[in-house]
Write a protein that binds this ligand. Structure first.
Ligand code: ADP
Ligand code: MG
Length: 472
């Protein structure tokens, strides 16, 4: 076990880390810190949820001088949510060193950002487009940047940000340290990194150490038309504290969250088309436990650190194994246990095998819970509520009524009735869900190479064709 104290860190940083509750390093932190603290460039690869933020956040805060009134650290992140999340973590790491951190991203009032930038925060975390915008307006001073980080580089590649990133890197001082962190390492990223880095150290945490042992991984074979009822059965049976349901498309996410709400679950969806304010408010509600089920697309949930997620349901199996690893990485975080259930249409079994090859783990097959099991699951929850109410509340005001009820009826009948009222019974309200075509049957390793964008286009076309065909 390697501790942060074993590294040459400033006392103020050790103090902040202690306050956050970080004592032992994660593997990517342990292996990268010796190099990053020595000023070396790094290309680091490790699965989502393994602590990459602190792996670069610690050397970045270490490198900044709070007395210098100019930005010295720059983090480029793919989405606003990630930019905000990273800036919050950097703020915590730099708290005792009094390092100012600012996040700048598209969708937020630019004048407000300009005013904040005038205060010369020591660290800026930004999305590529908005950073370039500020550079073109000359409202950000990057002349004293000493350390730059490309966070979630593979996602930035997927989103088409590579040219923007290159344009930003070209304008930074040559005398600087460059760190790149990513969950996967496509060739294009490696190439870009090498062009802008000096003799980088490659650090890769292998996928064996990657898979999170506490996540129980299951799959269930289910036809497209039966998926939604299967999902509600699972939700009733498992009664998760916090669940994330992944859907393949934005439409799917909208329809699923709507349908779940109709059936009485507190559910909301997030995807790329929602306004920033909406996405943030949904995430906040979820983190605070005011929503039980979050429905999301891959991109919207990518890299988000949401703790306390107990169940992940892959309503649609992801197209590539990497997405699967990212999705289930939302649960079982920081030593908590978690469960992942992947819905597979019969012809999608090839995709399941691909996923298993990547994670090196077999998923166990389970069946859709029966109606009886679903009701039992909800009853269990009602019983837990009653137990909690007995131990946590003063019930003296209720005793008289209880005694009256018990004197009039059979005690088992009274408790059964109370349980029934507390139990969310399976709801059969009809809901509307457009059917999504299962992924094309997988035969060769070749069709895996198709880019995500191409695949989306292909699926979109197919869906369209089928839809029109159905109307005839
Ligand atoms: P990644 O960027 O690799 O996806 P994050 O940096 O978001 O991962 O970290 C995932 C979670 O682990 C966060 O909640 C973070 O606070 C926590 N974490 C990171 N490093 C440590 C550590 N050394 N000890 C305990 N928790 C940690
Ligand atoms: Mg991250």
């Amino acid at each position: 076990m390697v501790k942060f104290q074993d590294f040459q860190l400033s006392p103020s940083i050790l103090k902040s880390l202690k306050r956050i509750g970080f004592e032992e390093t994660t593997p990517i932190q342990e292996q990268s810190l010796p190099f990053s603290l020595a000023g070396r460039d790094i290309i680091g690869q490790a699965q989502t949820g393994t602590g990459k933020t602190a792996a670069f956040g610690i050397p970045m805060v270490e490198r900044t001088d709070a007395r210098v009134k100019a930005p010295q650290g720059l983090v480029i992140a793919p989405t606003r949510e990630l930019a905000i999340q990273v800036s919050e973590e950097l703020h915590k790491i730099g708290y005792d060193k009094k390092v100012q951190v600012l996040a700048v991203y598209g969708g937020q009032d630019i004048q407000r950002q300009i005013r904040a930038l005038k205060k010369q925060p020591a660290i800026i975390v930004g999305t590529p487009g908005r950073l370039l915008d500020h550079m073109n307006r000359k409202t950000v001073d990057l002349s004293r940047i000493r350390i730059v980080v490309l966070d979630e580089a593979d996602e930035m590649l997927n989103m088409g940000f590579i040219e923007d990133i290159e344009a930003i890197l070209e304008k930074l001082p040559a005398e600087r340290q460059t760190l790149l962190f990513s969950a996967t390492m496509p060739e294009r990223i490696r190439q870009t990194a090498l062009r802008f880095m000096k003799n980088p150290e490659f650090i890769k945490i292998r996928s064996k150490e990657m898979t999170v042992p506490q996540i129980d991984q299951y799959f269930v074979k289910v036809e497209e038309k039966d998926k939604f009822d299967a999902l509600t059965r699972f939700l009733d049976y498992h009664s998760p504290d916090l669940a994330i349901v992944f859907g393949r498309t934005k439409r799917r996410v909208d329809e699923l969250s709507e349908a779940l709400s109709i059936r009485g679950y507190t559910a909301e969806g997030i995807h790329g088309d929602l306004s920033q304010a909406k996405r943030l408010s949904v995430l906040r509600k979820f983190k605070e436990g005011n929503i039980d089920v979050l429905v999301a697309t891959d991109v919207a949930a990518r890299g988000l650190d949401i703790s306390g997620v107990t169940h992940v349901y892959n309503f649609d199996i992801p197209q590539d194994p990497e997405s699967y690893v990212h999705r289930i990485g939302r649960t079982g975080r920081a030593g908590n246990s978690g469960m992942a259930v992947t819905f597979v249409a019969p012809r999608e079994m090839g995709y399941l095998r691909e996923v298993e090859k990547t994670t090196g783990r077999r998923m166990r097959r389970i069946d859709v819970p029966s109606l009886k099991e679903a009701i039992e699951g909800q009853q269990r929850l009602a019983m837990e509520k009653i137990h909690a109410a007995i131990s946590e509340n003063d019930l003296s005001l209720y005793r008289e009524a209880a005694e009256e009820l018990l004197s009039e009826s059979d005690p088992v009948a009274v408790v059964s009735a109370a349980l029934k009222l507390l139990t969310k019974e399976p709801d059969r309200t009809p809901v509307k869900l457009s059917s999504e075509r299962p992924l094309p049957a997988k035969r060769t390793a070749k069709n895996r190479k198709t880019s995500v964008k191409q695949k989306e286009a292909v699926n979109g076309q197919k869906y369209f064709r089928r839809k029109t065909a159905g109307k005839r």
